[in-house]
Design a protein around this ligand. Sequence first.
Ligand SMILES: Nc1nc2c(ncn2[C@@H]2O[C@H](COP(=O)(O)OP(=O)(O)OP(=O)(O)O)[C@@H](O)[C@H]2O)c(=O)[nH]1
Ligand SMILES: [Mg+2]
Ligand SMILES: [Zn+2]
Length: 289
Amino acid sequence: MDGIIVKGIGGFYYVRAGGDNHIYECKARGIFRKDRITPTVGDRVEISLSDGKGSIEKIYPRTSLLIRPPVANIDTIIIVVAAAEPEPNTEIIDKMLLNAAIAGIEPIICINKTDIKNADELTAVYEQAGYRVLKVSARDGIGTDELNSVLKGRISAFAGISGVGKSSLLNKLTGVDAKTGSISDKILRGKHTTRHVELYELKDGGYILDTPGFGSFEPADIKADGLWRYFPEMSDVGDACRFRGCSHINEPGCEVKNKLLTGGIAQSRYRSYVEIYNILKEKKEWEKK
Ligand SMILES: Nc1nc2c(ncn2[C@@H]2O[C@H](COP(=O)(O)OP(=O)(O)OP(=O)(O)O)[C@@H](O)[C@H]2O)c(=O)[nH]1
Ligand SMILES: [Mg+2]
Ligand SMILES: [Zn+2]
């Protein structure tokens, strides 16, 4: 029987399989450990049943694999941002966009809490950069139909820092009561509300993953000199600079700088570029030692 791993806890994998969408508790066969393959949430698998006990027999090839959070076959990363409370942090957003691009997964920006503040400026920055932006309010149910149609039939993951409303959106979309918490609760406890990795089935088909609030950035295995290619609004001009191999930081005749001056690249986006460029450069220097 074929299915999909929707949750993994303490060596057990929970596989949704069969026509009735039953969830089977399964163990993984030892062969996977030998081959160093770890069954991962999102994996499409073949399971067998004996005496009511499930066993994962086969893991089908993955289309993508994220390490943090560990999840396979994600089609779309929904970067959830709040229009306010907490204030959007463009550097964190840009790092998440980069991480998605490196993983080869399409990112979409979803601005929540538009009932508190309009998000026109932020929307303009990211639409100009070439990303798809959705404006929603989990509280008032605004924009959730459009979000739903984007997610339909795909496996998607919510990413975003704590308190932006990932779990609240998930509740709206699935009817599942994922844990939500008020910001003050979180500050008091100093902890995130959502802790484990789980795929939830959407009402219209497809799966959504609620991930613990994360905004960290691991300098990935890309070179500083190729970073600009991951910024869509730079990738179309970065080859036209006066100097080949232009870093778009200080060189004269830089087309990226020109585009920045004429407003074709947002200041905040360019700031993130320089910041990440420096992180990647420092990492390389450090590795040389
Ligand atoms: N005004 C307003 N408040 C919202 C909206 N969506 C969520 N909230 C509130 O924001 C707070 C945080 O929401 P959560 O859904 O727990 O946020 P989260 O992103 O899951 O946070 P973590 O699990 O810690 O990563 C809660 O108090 C929600 O009620 C919204 O659209 N408008
Ligand atoms: Mg949550
Ligand atoms: Zn340049």
